[in-house]
Every structure is written in C-alpha cells, then in structure tokens.
Design a protein around this ligand. Structure first.
Ligand SMILES: O=C(O)C(=O)C[C@]1(C(=O)O)C=C[C@@H](O)C=C1
Length: 259
C-alpha cells in the first residue's frame, strides 16, 4: 500500500464508530489474557528482584521477560506501528524489517505519549492480586509470559485513546480548539467523556467475562457462577483504570494537537 492509498483508506476507516468497534474487539483480547493469567497462582518469585541474578540487571523475572521479549518484538518492527507502545522504550533495538507506510493519522508528537509506566504499576499493584489466587506452583516463566500478554493487551487498548482523540478532534475542532489553546485539561476531559458509553462498556465487559470464563461441560447441570475471572473485577478494572487511563491518553494527545 502506498502512502496515498493509505491516507484515503484512513479517511474511510477511522470514524468514532469504527474506533469504538475496535475497542469492543479489544475487550475480548483483554479478558482472554486475564483468563490465561488466572490459570496461575500469584507466583510471587516472578516479581521478587532477589529471585534472579543476571549480571548488570537488577530487576525481577517479569521485568527481565518483558524487556527481552520487547527486544525481539522491536527487531520484528512491532513498535513502528502507531498502535503499539513499548514498556521499555529506552533500550529498543532497530527493526530488521523494511518500513511500512502506516497511514499518518496521528499528530507526530503523539509518538512521545506513553503511559505504560502507569499501566505497569496498576497491573502489578492493583489488578494482579484481584485475578490470581494466592500460592506458588513454580511456573514463573509462563506466569511472566501471561503477564506480558495482559500488559500488551491493556497498553494497546489504552493508547488507542490517541486515535479516538484524533477522530473526536476532527469531527468537531471548533469545540476542542479553545480548550486546547488554553491547555485546559478539565475542559478537555469533560468534552471527550460520554458517560452512557462508559456504562455500556462496564456492563458489556462483565457479561463477556461471564461468557468467556464460564465452565463449559456436556452435563446438563453446568455450574453457574464459577467464572475463571470474576466479572465484577473486570467491570471494576474498566471503570477504575482502563477508561480513566484511556481518557488521560486522550487529554495528553489533545493538549499537543495544535502544536
Ligand atoms: O468511546 C469513546 O468516546 C471513548 O472515548 C472511549 C471511552 C473508553 O475508554 O471506553 C473513554 C471515554 C468515554 O467517556 C467513553 C469511552
């Protein structure tokens, strides 16, 4: 696809409705990744810096796993698409693949918006204790791999706010420009918030957690209420962290939209 092709594709493909459809699809990825992580108990050695000894590296196994996996992903070109943001952008290796002409939808400065440090903290400090049962089964590498899948799904979803903000701006620049010029975060937050949409998101993710995480058996007496991830935890995840962080990304994006 040439750049010209991709920009007309872009005009048709990026509407608020199509972006919301993508957010809905991404809910599936987030919930499945949580279900996979919930297979393992907490496995606290995965997060204990003193558990591993790697010369020149003082982090946990989880951090070791994420950094090294991101190196491979960076070489394969993952972070060249504007939809992906690394957790450790400081030390990434250059891609071995040729550049792809991704449509230039976003303001160039948006490349510097990366709130993965906050996502990392919320995931390990707040969410993990709610989805993983206490205990230790020794599967630390698989645990770190499933943590990374959760982190990536959450990061992609939350940073998608850049696209949502761009489309909202394009649809009504006259509403957003005064608040951007005065760098008024509160006003921007108010403009981009749709409470009725948020209510639907909370209900839908709880329902998906019920459907995706139920025990499926061929017996007639299926055990209801025995879910792999608690649906109310998923709803709370979205209410308290995913949607607020997506809104922070949107505000940060809009603040630099006229630069
Ligand atoms: O759908 C939107 O308009 C969004 O901005 C996305 C989102 C969300 O994170 O799900 C965030 C803010 C809105 O209040 C509603 C939903």
């Amino acid at each position: 696809m040439t750049k010209a092709d991709s920009s007309s594709y872009l005009e048709n493909a990026f509407t608020l409705e199509s972006l919301r459809d993508s957010l809905i699809r991404q809910e599936d990825s987030v919930i499945f990744s949580l279900i996979e992580r919930a297979k393992f108990p907490v496995n606290s050695n995965t997060y204990d810096k003193s558990y591993i000894s790697v010369p020149g590296f003082g982090g946990s196994l989880a951090e070791f796993f994420v950094r090294n996996t991101e190196d491979v992903h960076a070489k394969a070109g993952r972070y060249k698409t504007p939809e992906e943001n690394p957790f450790f952008p400081e030390h990434l290796l250059p891609p071995v693949v040729p550049p792809f002409p991704y449509p230039e939808v976003l303001h160039p400065a948006s490349a510097f918006i990366n709130i993965n440090k906050s996502i990392w903290k919320v995931y390990f400090d707040e969410l993990l204790p709610l989805i993983a049962a206490p205990g230790d089964d020794g599967n630390y590498a698989s645990t770190a791999a499933s943590d990374l899948a959760c982190l990536q799904a959450l990061s992609r979803r939350i940073h998608y706010g850049k696209f949502v903000a761009e489309v909202k701006f394009r649809e009504s620049p006259q509403d957003y420009e005064p608040a951007i010029r005065s760098q008024d975060r509160e006003a921007l937050l108010k403009l981009l918030t749709f409470e009725s949409v948020e209510e639907m998101v909370k209900k839908r993710v709880a329902k998906k957690a019920m459907v995706f995480g139920q025990e499926v058996s061929l017996d007639t007496d299926d055990k209801e209420g025995n879910y792999k991830v608690n649906p109310s935890v998923v709803s709370r995840l979205y209410e308290e962290w995913v949607m607020p962080l997506t809104k922070i990304v949107q505000v940060e994006y809009l603040l630099l939209r006229l630069d």
